[in-house]
Design a protein around this ligand. Structure first.
Ligand code: ZN
Length: 363
């Protein structure tokens, strides 16, 4: 079977997408988002996926996890991550942005970001299912409910799910010029570690050197390096196990973002220079976290599938939909092969990538 010849039919797919767009699902209306998730979950179930509903929290909607095992239950497979919340308030359909089609464009709230992408990815899995074709990996969909506000209630779920998978694909929309989003800014991640000297906090406090304190002292120093060109922030800290012990280890994660790669590169150097210390005074160690080369990777894979990235997003999506059979991941939003950490990196780099637009191209 030639995967470029799978019988996708744009009209049928468009008819399938319409109800997705017509269920308005702004992030802050959990019941509406849940209605959207129910619709998607039902479609997944009808198509033979194993569907789980994960209860929401913090007032946001639920999440849905749907797995097409394709006979590969045991090994890490492909995760397709998408959000089903939108930025369009309830009433948008009735007030100015109804589902409509004009030539090669189709309009509707959330059609671009990102119901269209989710639907197409699902359509790819369903096509394989229908034709009895088995890709080399299982495909799991994770539909989330709060991405438009930064995924506060689903981040842990996203990270855990990403870590369990070999590939992560995010079918966020492409750019107006046909590019795919592989990251919004130049980003570097850092793992921070401080090593102290353990000691009893009551009787022998002076003999110890607190790893938590070392870390705490470094935070203002790290964040203080922020300039307009390059930012530094510490977002995760874990340290200490017993309140009666001077902590011997503390770990953290920092993020640096810049608009230009050169600024990021010098930021990475500055961070690396913070490594210091010895057994006596305690240590602080900075290591550069995973940084995937998404763009070149995406371009390379795209070419292999005859899809230059300057083409329209929909085209890329459609081709992506066909590529699973190739036993290769292909970037609809982004992808990365590698360890769990790398996969997780991709999720965040790709997941925040889209501008607000309300149409998709049908070409
Ligand atoms: Zn989005």
């Amino acid at each position: 079977m030639d995967i470029t010849q799978l019988p996708f039919d744009a009209e049928t797919m468009l008819a399938g997408l319409k109800p997705w767009v017509e269920i308005e699902s702004p992030t802050f209306e959990a019941a509406r988002v849940n209605a959207m998730l129910e619709h998607a979950a039902r479609e997944c179930a009808v198509s033979g996926a194993t569907v789980e509903r994960i209860a929401g929290r913090m007032g946001f909607g639920d999440c849905v996890r749907a797995t097409f095992a394709f006979g590969h239950e045991a090994k890490p497979g492909i995760l397709i991550m998408g959000h089903l919340d939108t930025v369009h308030p309830v009433g948008t359909l009735a007030n100015g942005l109804p589902w409509r089609r004009e030539g090669e464009r189709c309009y509707g709230p959330g059609i671009f970001d990102m119901k269209g992408g989710n639907f197409l990815a699902l359509e790819a899995a369903r096509m394989l299912q229908r034709l009895g074709l088995a890709p080399a990996f299982s495909m799991t969909f994770l539909f989330t409910s709060d991405e438009e506000v930064g995924s506060p209630s689903t981040r842990d779920l996203i990270e855990a799910e990403a870590a369990r998978h070999k590939y992560v694909l995010v079918p966020e929309p492409g750019r107006a010029d046909g590019g795919v989003v592989t990251g919004r800014y130049a980003i570097a991640r850092f793992n921070l570690k401080s090593i102290g000297r353990p000691s009893h906090a009551g009787s022998r406090l002076k003999e110890g050197r607190s790893a938590i304190r070392i870390m705490a002292e470094m935070i203002p120093q790290i964040e203080g390096m922020t300039t307009d060109a390059c930012t530094f922030s510490v977002g995760v800290i874990h340290g200490g196990q017993w309140v009666n012990c001077v902590s011997s280890a503390c770990e953290g994660e920092a993020l640096s973002m810049a608009k230009r790669q050169a600024d990021l590169d010098s930021g990475v150097e500055k961070m690396a220079a913070l490594t210091k210390g010895d057994d006596q005074s305690g240590r602080f160690i900075v290591t550069h976290g995973v940084t995937a080369r998404h763009r070149s990777q995406a371009r390379k894979l795209g070419r292999r599938l005859g899809c230059e990235l300057h083409r329209r997003a929909r085209d890329c999506f459609a081709r992506w939909a066909r590529c699973v059979r190739l036993r290769r991941a292909h970037p609809a939003g982004a992808h990365h092969r590698g360890q769990p950490g790398a996969a997780r990196e991709v999720v965040y780099r790709a997941f925040d990538g889209a501008e607000v637009r309300d149409w998709i191209s049908l070409r």
